[in-house]
Design a protein around this ligand. Sequence first.
Ligand SMILES: *Cc1c(COP(=O)(O)O)cnc(C)c1O
Length: 389
Amino acid sequence: MESTLRRTWAEINLDAVSYNYKKIKEKIGADVKFLGVVKADAYGHGSVQVSRLLEKEGADYLAVSSADEALELRVNNIKMPILILGHTPKEQVKSLIDNDITQAVTCKAKAIEYSEEAVKCNGTLKVHIKLDTGMSRLGYICDKGYFDTAVEGICNACNMPGLEAEGIFTHFAVADELDEESDAYTKHQFELFTSVIEAVEAKLDKKFKIRHCANTGAVARFPETYLDMVRPGLLLYGYGEFATAMGLKPVMTMKTTISTIKIYQEGTAIGYGGTYKTDKITRIGVVPYGYADGFLRAFSNKCSLYTKAGPAKLRGKICMDMCMIDITDMPEVDVGSEVEIFGNNNSIDEMAAIAGTIPYELTCAVSKRVPRIYIKDGVITEKELLLRG
Ligand SMILES: *Cc1c(COP(=O)(O)O)cnc(C)c1O
């Protein structure tokens, strides 16, 4: 289904993805592999389009969250290795094997399940062993008295029929936080990770092909953690302080247009709950962008959208499909005028800070009814509307 209406849209600058990829490659060096994290539809940017580009650029691996996300890439003819970071129900093991998809193994119970299923269908499931070194989420626990149990469990998993342990990985909890305590925590996670690997490799007399742990924060700050492969998400999309420091480019620009303009008298309540009252004659622009498009209601009365005459303050509560901005004294802003929600003029990092959240949440929140407009070599190459039909 193609979008025809010019109303609200997300511009996805694939040239910026290429640029960021090359810059990150320069930083990590030729000997370190690159895994692009494209889970959650590539943080809202479109996993198929981003993966296609990374494949063409020569990236080594992709990571997604679920089997469905991985299969979506295969159906769209992405041939690169794909790692599923999250849980896959055992009923799907055959499909993973048939589609050459790599699965994370996060504990003994899953290792056994996956092994049994792989044997049942006479196949080999490629797996990466996941360690919980301090994130306290998925993975073999290995800290505080669990070291030996972890080493034994991982060795067992590596020896199970039907499983091929190609890699081993862990995830940092505070690599993007700048205080000393966080740095010490990350260092501890990393040392634990390498100690477990060393013990397992000694026991098995075999090396893992791909050891990886560096997310965005670690890619930016801890080169010693790169090992065989890095695993950035946010950095690739060009958001956050580390991207800014590296001179990377934000990939998404959210834009909308003014659909209606009204002039209200002083003392008029604007929107649900009447949370904003005009203090003078006020020119209000109604914009077709609401919380159903991904505009968190927490922004109500708190941020500005960027017009050609500068920032225009949000007035009243954000509705499901609309919001209202103050364009008093901005005569050049008219019906049909373009308004930037976030992008080069209105930084997504500053927007996220206003809502007390992180840029990840804002791009992931962009809903399926917002058409994605893809730009490559400076021109529009694709318009995608994610509604059925
Ligand atoms: C999401 C995720 C990443 C990427 O994190 P960023 O902070 O976006 O770089 C890396 N590894 C795992 C396991 C993840 O879940």
